[in-house]
Design a binder for this molecule. Structure first.
Ligand code: AMP
Ligand code: ZN
Length: 119
């Protein structure tokens, strides 16, 4: 994999490469989804692009269709888990003030219980 697609010091790139174990629930050529290691809801997944993009704010215009692919994967997972009608939440934290800790673009998929706005 070329350097711009995989950062050797990135934990999520290591999950993509299989260097770090994870419970992968969905994958295609552009995105993968796996179980969050510290879940705050009964269903808490992370949906990420295979390409190493640091954050939402760092995306180029050409890369923004990847977000649609992440949403498409989320909707598919929701249907498979039977929570499509009940409800689920997608969240992308971008930057320090939003609480982004891992510097590889990721979408939180949260569901499986009633969610309040402050979780
Ligand atoms: P954020 O605060 O938006 O950057 O969220 C980062 C998320 O990544 C947190 O919910 C962590 O629990 C999760 N996380 C960090 N390392 C791993 C890992 N190795 N496997 C699964 N989830 C992880
Ligand atoms: Zn990465």
């Amino acid at each position: 994999m070329s350097p711009e697609k995989s950062k050797t010091d990135c934990v999520f790139c290591k999950i993509i490469n299989g260097e770090i174990p994870s419970k992968i629930v969905y994958q295609d050529e552009d995105v993968i989804a796996f179980v969050d290691i510290n879940p705050i809801t009964p269903v808490h997944l992370l949906i990420i692009p295979r390409k190493h993009i640091t954050s939402l704010a760092a995306m180029s215009d050409a890369e923004t269709p990847l977000v649609g692919k992440m949403v498409k994967a989320a909707n598919k997972i929701a249907r498979e888990k039977g929570i499509s009608e009940k409800g689920y939440r997608l969240t992308i934290n971008s930057g320090a003030e939003a609480g982004q800790v891992v510097q590889h673009l990721h979408m939180h998929f949260m569901g499986g219980r009633i969610l309040r706005w402050d979780n």
